[in-house]
Design a binder for this molecule. Structure first.
Ligand SMILES: [Zn+2]
Ligand SMILES: [Zn+2]
Length: 262
């Protein structure tokens, strides 16, 4: 560095400069550690295993989120090193946890603490080991949910409302569709209904969309291999508008055309 060179931001001399800016000023102007607005962690409610990239790991872990769950969401600037992160929980509902990570960072030799907000949605799903162990076989699941990811209703009321919608829905369904139901699970965010076969689940999900005004998203995940073929489990997420199923006597859907072909 030539004598008399100064930082173009703070004007100080005698500090190492990169592109004319000292490390302290560069750190002020750089996002050293960031996180996405919203992360998701999927936890098996039975054994605490986490689903990461389609694999289940850490069986036996606590169901409470720890630094091990949160740290992977952090993105660190390539010139910064993270020494330590203290996580502070700032808000918690049954399904969403808000944190601020206080990250001790060193950037070009200058230490500082960066506060990173992170909101994590916690999903419960039985891992394959636990569903096998419980003898609960299924190939598809219908998720009954409220209108948005953020819960607008208390869990108990939401589930009562969704149970009424479900009763109306299965009353419209063909008997062979109903017989494919294996078991169901109450969750903070709604109800999961598990099916021994996928086609009846898809038929009921489509009925809910066409006749009950639900929004439907379908996704598949690799579950394992059987007889040399990949076996997929299919998830149908049904979101019901807020008024649907509210009150004791929901408007009866028209009975005409009750059988919906797929
Ligand atoms: Zn400076
Ligand atoms: Zn499990």
């Amino acid at each position: 560095m030539a004598d008399g060179e100064f930082c173009v931001v703070c004007g100080r001399t005698g500090r190492p400069l990169v592109d004319g800016v000292c490390a302290k000023c560069a750190a002020d102007r750089t996002a050293l550690v960031t996180a996405p607005l919203r992360g998701t962690v999927t936890v098996c409610p039975h054994c605490g295993a986490r689903e990461v990239g389609g694999q289940w790991e850490r069986a036996g872990a606590s169901r409470v989120l720890t630094a091990e769950d949160l740290a992977p969401f952090l993105k660190v600037h390539p010139d910064a090193g993270v020494r330590r992160v203290r996580w502070e929980e700032t808000n918690a509902t049954a399904t969403v946890r808000d944190y601020v990570g206080h990250a001790d960072v060193v950037f070009r030799g200058v230490p500082r603490t960066v506060d990173v907000p992170l909101s994590v949605r916690v999903l419960s799903r039985s891992c394959p080991d636990c569903s096998r162990a419980s003898g609960r076989y299924y190939t598809a699941v219908i998720q009954l949910r409220g209108p948005t990811e953020r819960r607008l209703e208390r869990s108990v009321e939401l589930r009562a409302r969704l149970a009424r919608v479900w009763d109306d829905l299965v009353a419209e369904a063909r008997p062979e569709w109903r017989r494919a139901v294996s078991f169901d699970e109450a969750l903070p965010e709604g109800i999961d209904v598990f099916f021994k076969e996928t086609l009846p689940a898809r038929a009921i999900a489509r009925l809910a969309k066409q006749r009950f005004g639900a929004s439907l998203t379908e996704s598949a995940s690799l579950f394992g291999r059987k007889d040399g073929h990949d076996v997929y489990r299919v998830t149908f997420c049904l979101r019901f508008p807020r008024g649907m199923g509210a009150g004791a006597a929901p408007a009866p859907p028209s009975r005409s055309g009750a059988s919906v072909e797929q």
